[in-house]
Design a protein around this ligand. Structure first.
Ligand SMILES: NC(=O)c1ccc[n+]([C@@H]2O[C@H](COP(=O)([O-])OP(=O)(O)OC[C@H]3O[C@@H](n4cnc5c(N)ncnc54)[C@H](OP(=O)(O)O)[C@@H]3O)[C@@H](O)[C@H]2O)c1
Length: 246
């Protein structure tokens, strides 16, 4: 029987590429997003993909969708990938942008985790993977909402790993650098070491197959950001100010 993988945010970008990668390896993929037209196109590309149209910020809808999931059908890999990025102005913080960002990047991740956990294929070393970002490693200009949401997501993931350490569930924190997707195509600044979504999807597939607890790619970017993190606080702050888009 095929293994089952559930991926959120599968209609576009990284989630789409990851769904196609798992499907190409013979997995049965449950692909979740809101856009039913894009999901239908995705399912046309590979019949192993089942499109699920669901707004993950609607926690009642999420709860009822998982409640209808057949108890005997266990999930081998769940990848909570759906996320959004909105830049904000420090002098007029857009509260609605914060709400939208936290609703999807944090609350929806918590809700999905809450409701999918009983459906994971325990006894067969299942993986719950959560897609955060390297964005929270450094105070990037105008990234207050996105960076703070991803810091919360990474913290949530790490603490879930601690509290589920007496189970056989592998909790995998994924912190990518820049990937060429609709989310980054609106950026008007240089994105070092930009990766193709298919390359990132392969890293995710291989990392999860090797039961990694954390994936950061590309390494050159995580290494550079780690080095910046070692700088004295005031110097790091000055550098971040220099990076501001004028
Ligand atoms: N691209 C990068 O450089 C980069 C770097 C680091 C981390 N990441 C993270 O990687 C993840 C994927 O990003 P991406 O670049 O692939 O972005 P993307 O192309 O914009 O895809 C975002 C996905 O999330 C789905 N989504 C948005 N709102 C939703 C909702 N309310 N309910 C259900 N699904 C929803 C979108 O589908 P619908 O609109 O159809 O719902 C889409 O499938 C995000 O968590 C992002 O923060 C990306």
């Amino acid at each position: 029987m095929s293994k089952i993988c559930l991926i959120t945010g599968a209609s576009s970008g990284l989630g789409r590429a990851t769904a196609l990668h798992y499907a190409s390896k013979g997995w049965q993929v449950y692909a979740i997003a809101r856009s039913s037209d894009k999901l239908a196109e995705l399912a046309n590309e590979n019949t192993n993909i089942k499109p699920i149209s669901l707004d993950l910020t609607d926690s009642v809808a999420v709860a009822s969708w998982f409640a209808a999931w057949p108890a005997e059908q266990k999930i081998d890999v769940a990848i909570l990938n759906a996320g959004n990025c909105e830049y904000v102005e420090a002098t007029a913080l857009d509260l609605a942008a914060f709400e939208r960002t936290f609703a999807l990047n944090v609350q929806a991740v918590v809700a999905c985790t809450r409701y999918l956990l009983p459906h994971l294929h325990t006894g067969s070393r299942p993986t719950l993977a959560i897609v955060s970002s390297m964005a929270h490693f450094f105070p990037f200009t105008r990234s207050q909402a996105y960076g703070a949401s991803k810091a919360a997501t990474s913290y949530f993931t790490d603490t879930m790993r601690v509290d589920l350490s007496d189970t056989d569930i592998n909790i995998c924190l994924i912190e990518p650098g820049f990937i060429d997707t609709p989310l980054t195509q609106k950026n008007d600044f240089d994105m070092p070491f930009l990766m193709a979504p298919a390359d990132a999807a392969k890293r995710i597939y291989d990392g999860i197959a090797n039961t990694k607890s954390r994936l950061r790619f590309p390494r050159r970017l995580s290494f550079s950001l780690k080095l910046l993190g070692l700088l004295p606080y005031n110097l790091r702050n000055k550098l971040a100010i220099k990076m501001k888009v004028q």
